[in-house]
Ligand binder design. Sequence first.
Ligand code: ADP
Length: 378
Amino acid sequence: MEGLYEEMLEEARKAVSLDKLGRLKEAVEHYMRAVQLLLELSKRTSEPALRKVYAEKADLYLKRCEEIRKGISRRAVEEAVAVEEAIKELPPELQGVVIVEKPEVKWEDIGGLEGAKRALMEAIVWPMLKPELFKGPREPWKGILLFGPPGCGKTLLAKAVASQCNAVFFNVSAAAIMSKWLGESEKNVSLLFEVARKSSPSVIFVDEVDSLLTVRGLEEVGGERRVKTQFLVELDGLRTRPGEKLVILGATNRPWDLDPAVIRRFEKRVYVPLPDLKARREIFRIHLRGVELAEDVDLNELAELTVGYSGSDIRLVCREAAMEPVREVMSEGPPEGEVEIRPVCREDFVKALRKVKPMTKPSDVMRYLRWAEEYGEI
Ligand code: ADP
């Protein structure tokens, strides 16, 4: 596995240098070889997040081959290789727990959440892009917590921030830390911050931060306590180095479980709520891009029918509905030759809405609101 990854990196590097030299035909050969190796790597891992990263990279190289055919610039690929380098430097202890990416999420890919977008622009993006303006009393925030129901765009927002700042994105799974790092934990936490510092500008995104930094009291075992303490030390450390282009974004669906010492360190706490009517319409629009719709489909109506649905629930509705015409065609076995698929119609959405129900309970919404009133920014 290790050797295969090295081989893939080598192919990607060769492809990029040939690409730079203008030896495009040879470059394409090496890109394609890297793509094959990525597919092989993807087959061999059971980690879904890693599989996703491999697939994205393969897409990127394929896109570059297509671009070469059309004669377009090579910036995207160069950036991807810079990330490969950062991954390569990722010590083995961090692999499988931390995923390094250079995401490409634009603000327009996120429906609604205007307040959260504005807060993140001010708190992170502007200071990273124009550090000289953010000194003294305008010193930027270093620890920001995104909280709210699952599937409402916390991860998307974090990725959009990293894209805007052209930052390397360290996606850390807190649950994986707890299962893998016990024992060596505090050393690995500092290692993570050290690596992120080296590749700055960087964003460290800790999803499910509650599983790491919760109030556990006496049940807390030594390893968990040490991870928590070290995280707090690192968070404090960030504040004492104002010039540094490194921020930490935590995300949680269970803010009420967080230890008060942790809440205090995340100086800015941004509520990422369920989408309102306008946002739901926008999310439908985003997830139906490229899908042919029948004339009876009305996005306003769909937005009205989906009160209480999260962005992720809406994505599922769109996927279900879009599958219906394909199911019809495939139900009698795969047809021969070119297949004509009918547009997705209102009835497909009605069926999908019967299948996909909202994940968030109304009682939880009240709980988030109360927490937001006490600790957050709405
Ligand atoms: P969270 O981190 O809050 O649990 P995510 O950001 O991972 O949620 O969202 C999961 C998926 O749901 C996203 O990848 C996206 O496809 C969809 N989604 C969620 N919120 C939105 C939104 N506001 N706009 C567009 N898509 C969204």
